[in-house]
Design a protein around this ligand. Sequence first.
Ligand SMILES: C[S@@+](CC[C@H](N)C(=O)[O-])C[C@H]1O[C@@H](n2cnc3c(N)ncnc32)[C@H](O)[C@@H]1O
Length: 246
Amino acid sequence: MSLSSRPSSPRAVLLSLFVACSPATPPTTPPSVPTTPTEAAPHEHGEHGGHDHGFHKDFSDASKFSASFDNPARDAWQQPEAVLDLMKIAPASTVVDLGAGTGYFVPRLSQRVGPQGKVLALDVEPQMIEFMNRRVQEQKLTNVEPRVVQPNDPGLLPGSVSRILIVNTWHHIGQRPSYAEKLAAALDATGEVWIVDFTLDADRGPPPEYRLPAEQVVRELEQGGLRAEVVEPEPLPQQYIVRAMR
Ligand SMILES: C[S@@+](CC[C@H](N)C(=O)[O-])C[C@H]1O[C@@H](n2cnc3c(N)ncnc32)[C@H](O)[C@@H]1O
């Protein structure tokens, strides 16, 4: 992974962290799910640099990101139902969407766990949570709870969840092996983490220097105490899937 575009001095690192972690300005109007989002541009994540361990990007404009995240054309390459089929989500279970963004997967997860289940939709960006709260109300997703979390902690109770889905988000997280330890602790006895992220040669996704090979994701999860494997044959055209369990 290239380090050339990353801050080199301690001051630059601190400045980068401050910019990335500053609280977002509250929205003046509540966000709403657009009905006609536009196609995601290739390399939609490409903005400014990052820091030593994760790609920090400003996700505060939830409505703008919804145009690509919730674009119906995404279904063709994201294949959300195929991903959820692989995960074998049990009715009445508690599942997590970590880095849920505008909630593209949330209604689908809500439907899978059913009225007796629970979906925890977690994100570091308060405006994404505000956006999802609106979506949850509009779509009457009574089993969904959006929550703001800290960048280094999903804030989950030990042994409390059966599935953790992380889509296009793992590369944004810093100190990933220790983060994986926290995910491992949150899983119940048969719990699993599922990471979906862009392949190195995908024609969309973060800048190439921030993409993580699937094998690296496996190593990071194993360093956190999980058993992990790449799902093969790769079912998605642009992304790999990594599955991990205790
Ligand atoms: C590229 S978006 C993916 C959104 C959603 N998973 C999807 O596939 O549509 C990445 C999301 O992860 C969130 N994020 C970044 N770092 C995070 C962290 N450490 N913990 C939780 N969420 C994070 C961002 O705010 C953003 O909403």
